[in-house]
Design a protein around this ligand. Structure first.
Ligand SMILES: *Cc1c(COP(=O)(O)O)cnc(C)c1O
Length: 368
């Protein structure tokens, strides 16, 4: 046996290499234009991304966190109202709800889908509940039909967190078009990643879109006219220009990740718990999370075989220092997921052979 080669979890240099020339041309266009904030590049990307999602409006903002904060603020909920969110969601989801002046209420996930369990939502609804945040974790859409049904019955709004789900869909309908409003992140490692921070809010509602449009720029409705208490949260021209270049390849990026996922589905033995395949769901595998009861040992074993993995995420929100005392009760499903999930390499830098190699080593470790 020859010396094993390193299989990285991610490598942003290699990931961006195919776009290098397009990025350099985009940089030159922006530099030559002399216009760096809220100009043609942002408008062009917003139009293209709205079209890609199948939504009427897209407003670029500075990050995924801001997209969620501003998206929530656009509803103008009275402060202190409650927003339901999965207990295994990313920390930023909870932070966004708090930063928007609202109260996060945790709902346990379905251990198979890793997403909010629709069956558990209604028991958490109180007279103060105003919205459900549907976080499409790992690139798989939440089960939106029952979620929207419950929301309609109880008069709740739905905000989607699509930071890991650019291009994911259910029966051809894309993430970002199921709820009232949606937030996206273009953090460099996301399926559609910039060369810095970026985000977007997507909605069909012109009133919400207009509020987001004002809120991202101090709350300004026209030059030097301020109607709302807003933010400085603008997607800049340079990142928008880069994103327009990469957007043309988003479907190819997602297809590559799905190809690698198919290799994992085919080669991984049943001793490991694989992500759930649901008919009609087109998942884009921002993360390929398996579960294993000896997760930490498996991770160490893979590392010894030159295979790097990640954990999304090691600690649930209710156990984070900043949120001590915020959530009463226990969240055993979330705890169990955080103790057992392991993210296998699934990037455009990886080949089919890489995935087969990873699967073989996982199987070796798991052999009874
Ligand atoms: C990345 C991410 C965010 C935050 O996006 P940033 O651009 O890093 O602020 C929010 N929610 C989820 C699910 C994410 O993965």
């Amino acid at each position: 046996m020859g010396e094993a080669r390193l299989i990285e979890y991610e490598n942003l240099n290699r990931l961006n290499e195919p776009f290098r020339e397009a990025y350099e041309q985009a940089f030159a266009r922006v530099a030559d234009s002399g216009w760096f904030i809220l100009g043609q590049q942002v408008e062009r990307f917003e139009k293209a991304f709205a079209t890609y999602c199948g939504a009427r409006h897209c407003v670029g903002v500075a990050s995924g966190l801001d997209a969620l904060i501003i998206g929530l603020q656009a509803f103008n909920f009275p402060s202190g109202k409650e927003v339901l969110v999965a207990s295994n969601a990313y920390y930023a989801c909870i932070l966004a709800i708090i930063r928007a002046g609202l109260k996060p209420v945790l709902v346990e996930p379905d251990a198979k889908t890793y997403n909010i369990d629709p069956h558990l939502i209604e028991s958490k609804i109180t007279p103060n509940t105003v919205a459900i945040m549907a976080v499409h974790l790992y690139g798989k859409c939440c089960d939106m039909q029952p979620i929207n049904h419950i929301a309609r019955q109880h008069g709740l709004k739905v905000i989607e967190d699509c930071a890991q789900a650019h291009g994911a869909s259910i029966n051809g309908r894309k993430a970002g078009t199921f709820g009232d409003i949606a937030g996206f992140s273009f953090y460099p490692t996301k399926n559609l990643g910039a060369l810095g921070d970026g985000g977007a809010v997507v909605t069909d509602d012109p009133v919400l879109a207009n509020r987001v449009w004002q809120l991202r720029n101090y709350g300004s409705s026209a030059k030097n006219v301020f109607d709302l208490l807003g933010h400085n949260s603008r997607l800049d021209e340079l990142q928008a220009a880069f994103l327009s270049q990469k957007l043309a390849y988003l479907d190819a990026i997602n297809a590559h990740k799905r190809m690698l996922a198919d290799v994992y589905f085919k080669h991984l033995k049943d001793q490991v718990i694989k992500p759930l395949h649901q008919p009609g769901f087109h998942d884009v595998f921002h993360v390929f999370a398996i579960r294993h009861k000896r997760r930490d040992d498996l991770r160490e074993y893979l590392l010894q075989h030159q295979i790097k993995t990640e954990i999304h995420y090691p600690l649930p929100p209710h156990r984070q220092n900043a949120l001590k005392g915020v959530f009463p009760g226990t969240y055993p499903i979330s705890d169990e997921l955080h103790n057992t999930v392991l993210s296998l390499p699934i990037s455009t830098i990886h080949t089919e052979q890489d995935a087969i190699e990873v699967a073989n080593h996982v199987n070796e470790f798991s052999a009874p």
